[in-house]
Design a binder for this molecule. Structure first.
Ligand code: SDX
Length: 434
């Protein structure tokens, strides 16, 4: 059972002469929430909070993010420890099952992953009918929602009873679907998953091996991919996770909810930023524009330009994931003996922005998307696959949050209110009289 919220007093509110008291809760890391669930009943008012900037939609035991201190905890474990010492599947297990797996649990989880790594042969026809330029995120979202048609037992099978089966099936098949969409995009034959390979080894092999040349998996690249997937594994109530919870709240199945989350992640303000960062750095490199000019444009109210990979709704300090990603990116390029001018531009951009009063006053720092694309590029992954990598990483977080939502007795169908500002009333006019 999840720990309950702790009552921490109340807040009084007076409106039109009526005084109402609302309870205040305190979470296990001291953040506090005002419970307004009785607001409309007691006052007739609804809240107005575009972007849900000030609104907590749930209590959760999964991830804690302290934006002021730049802290991320998954089930209480520091992201730095997990990134340094775990494989991605261990963190996936921690998020979903609530504890790090024993060696025996790990091997059982891995064999389930192998058991479920193939997709139905008929699903391959879907890939063939996509145009060459189809974005892999569009393909991934469509394929994930289609999984429940090919595996109807996933729909009926109570997700919680056989959670290990459901989770392994999704985590494993999404990796295969992602690799297949890449092969489709480059017009090469699909490479099947191998039971001999670990999670990230399998992905790299399905992406890069081919009938005409061997692909030797570099253990340093495999470890780097594990680390980057861990950095994306969960991040409390971000946009796409809120979508996954919202879709699940209607009773839609897990696969439909995840498919919707993939679409939300695709946007350049969210997970699509990692692709937008590389495109921004590439434009700077190709145009020869100075970093100062780019910073100026990003600050200007008139330009739509933003410094992609910078800024965050929660962080008013350096995103700890960005710090880890920057270090991992640099060591990967050193190992591969690659020097990427885009990394030099990114470092120069970061230094210039962090010195600039505009970015300082608005507490704008690099976020998780700022350096990851440079590492993916070094691995040979094309930029339109960057957000797919983000989705693979985020999948365990989405599943854990969806499950928590489905088990939370306080949760109900998500259905926010609004303030209506349209025409108050008008007389209906028949077509002939318009
Ligand atoms: C992710 O929520 C999560 O946890 C997300 C994520 C996860 O793991 O799930 O961490 C992953 O999505 C990271 C964010 C990736 N997106 C980008 O890198 C896109 C660039 N960043 C921005 O668009 C922006 O910072 C957002 C969208 C991320 C957050 O924006 P908010 O919270 O809505 O803040 P805002 O747009 O109101 O900005 C506040 C001020 C504004 O200036 P004023 O109107 O107050 O004068 O800061 C400015 C903004 O113009 N600003 C930027 C900026 N980000 C904010 N100015 C220039 N460049 C930027 N990047």
């Amino acid at each position: 059972m999840r720990t309950n919220k702790k009552e921490a007093g109340a807040a009084d509110f007076t409106f039109e002469g009526k005084r109402v008291s609302f309870p205040v809760y305190e979470g296990s890391r001291g953040e506090r929430a005002l419970d307004i669930s009785a607001l409309r009943r007691e006052t007739g008012l609804v809240t107005y909070d575009p972007g849900l900037v000030n609104t907590g939609i749930c209590s959760s035991d999964i991830t804690f993010v302290d934006g002021e201190k730049g802290l991320v905890l998954h089930r209480g474990c520091n992201i730095e420890d997990l990134a340094e010492q775990c494989m991605f599947l261990e963190v996936a297990y921690l998020l979903i099952m609530g504890k790090l797996p024993t060696l025996d649990e790990q091997s059982k989880f891995s064999s389930l992953m192998n058991e479920h790594s193939l997709i139905h042969e008929d699903m391959q026809h879907f890939f063939r009918n996509y145009p060459e330029h189809a974005h892999p995120m569009a393909v991934l979202s469509a394929m994930v929602v289609s999984l429940s048609s090919f595996y109807p037992e996933m729909d009926t099978e109570s997700v919680t009873e056989r959670i290990d089966n459901t989770v392994a099936r999704l985590l494993s098949k999404v990796r295969t679907l992602a690799a297949f969409s890449y092969k489709k995009f480059i017009g090469e034959p699909f490479v099947y998953p191998s039971y001999k390979l670990r999670y990230c080894e399998n992905f790299l092999n399905m992406m890069f091996s081919s009938p005409v040349h061997d692909y030797i998996i570099d253990p340093v690249v495999e470890k780097a991919l594990n680390l980057f997937l861990i950095l994306h594994a969960d991040h409390e109530q971000n946009c796409s996770t809120t979508v996954v919870r919202t879709v699940g709240s209607s009773g839609a199945n897990l696969y439909a909810s995840i498919s919707a989350g993939i679409c939300a992640l695709w946007g350049p303000l969210h997970g699509g930023a990692n692709q937008a960062v590389i495109e921004m750095l590439d434009t700077i490199h190709e145009s020869g524009d100075s970093v100062a000019k780019v910073i100026q444009a990003a600050k200007s109210k008139d330009s739509k330009i933003r410094l992609m990979g910078f800024g965050h709704r929660i962080y008013k300090a350096y995103d700890p994931r960005a710090r880890i990603a920057k270090k991992a990116c640099k060591s990967l390029l050193e190992h591969l003996r690659l020097s990427d001018p885009l990394l030099d531009i990114a470092v120069e951009l970061e230094e210039a922005a962090l010195r600039d009063p505009y970015f300082q006053e608005k507490n704008l720092y690099p976020n998780v998307d700022f350096y990851t694309g440079i590492a993916y590029r070094a691995m040979g992954i094309p930029s339109n696959m960057f957000t797919v990598i983000f989705a693979i990483g985020r999948l365990p977080g989405w599943i854990a949050q969806w499950l928590e939502n489905s088990r939370d007795a306080e949760q109900k169908l998500m259905r926010p209110r609004q303030i209506y500002t349209g025409i108050a009333q008008q007389v209906f006019v028949n077509t002939k009289d318009r």
